[in-house]
Design a binder for this molecule. Structure first.
Ligand code: NAP
Length: 193
């Protein structure tokens, strides 16, 4: 069964994931920052993707209210300084989100790729690797399913504490793409047999 997916944020990431999931046969609703729409979408969804700037998570959590309780909450955020270095402290952004959204089951995913590659999980013929980290096995399995259905090679990246590693990889991706000039047509792939 494909979960109904609510996407909070309909910018680059939210709209790319929406297009990809709709092609894969999911029911999807994506909304911007309107609190009423955010609350209704969180309540309607069986799985929520939080695709807003990290700085907006408090506002989004307030608007989602108890609509996210017991549901997978996918954290796609990357937090970085103007030098494109990780800007979180000793704890990852995803763990910070989990602390604030105690009733939800936070899974870190999508943050290691550029938005334009999320719709298909591929660059040309090359399949990219979708890494998901989270503590709830069932929630993580559903999020890995999303990644697989989009077209990625989906890989379990361990507990939520490993989000710190995924956030570093996301920052490296941003540095390579922007600061080091490789552009956004790049992505990580784990070679495996
Ligand atoms: N772009 C990428 O390639 C990429 C890749 C990996 C991860 N990420 C992460 O994904 C998240 C979204 O990135 P994006 O590129 O999709 O951003 P974006 O294009 O700027 O879209 C942001 C979305 O968040 C919504 N939002 C809700 N509350 C907000 C608030 N208080 N302030 C600002 N926006 C608010 C915006 O609503 P409105 O439509 O109403 O303005 C908009 O729909 C970020 O955390 C980013 O670090 C991005």
């Amino acid at each position: 069964m494909k979960p109904k997916v609510g996407i909070i944020g309909k910018g680059n990431v939210g709209s790319a994931i929406k297009r990809g999931l709709e092609k894969a046969g999911y029911q999807v609703r994506a909304v911007g920052r309107d609190p009423k729409e955010v609350g209704e979408t969180a309540k309607w969804a069986e799985l929520v993707v939080l695709a807003v700037p990290f700085q907006a998570i408090d506002e989004a959590l307030k608007a989602m209210g108890d609509g996210i309780v017991g549901k997978p909450l996918v954290d796609v955020t990357n937090l970085y300084t103007p030098e494109m270095m990780a800007a979180v402290g000793s704890r990852s952004g995803a763990e910070e989100l989990q602390r604030k959204a105690a009733g939800a089951k936070v899974v870190k995913a999508f943050n290691t790729h550029f938005a334009k590659n999320m719709e298909t999980g591929r660059i040309g013929e090359q399949q990219l690797t979708f890494l998901a980290a989270g503590d709830d096995r069932e929630a993580k399995a559903k999020v890995l399913g999303l990644g697989r259905d989009l077209g990625f090679d989906a890989v379990d990246a361990g507990p939520l504490a490993n989000s710190k590693l995924l956030e570093s990889l996301g920052n490296l991706n941003i540095q390579l793409g922007y600061s080091l000039g490789l552009g956004t047509g790049i992505g990580f792939r784990l070679v495996r047999t």
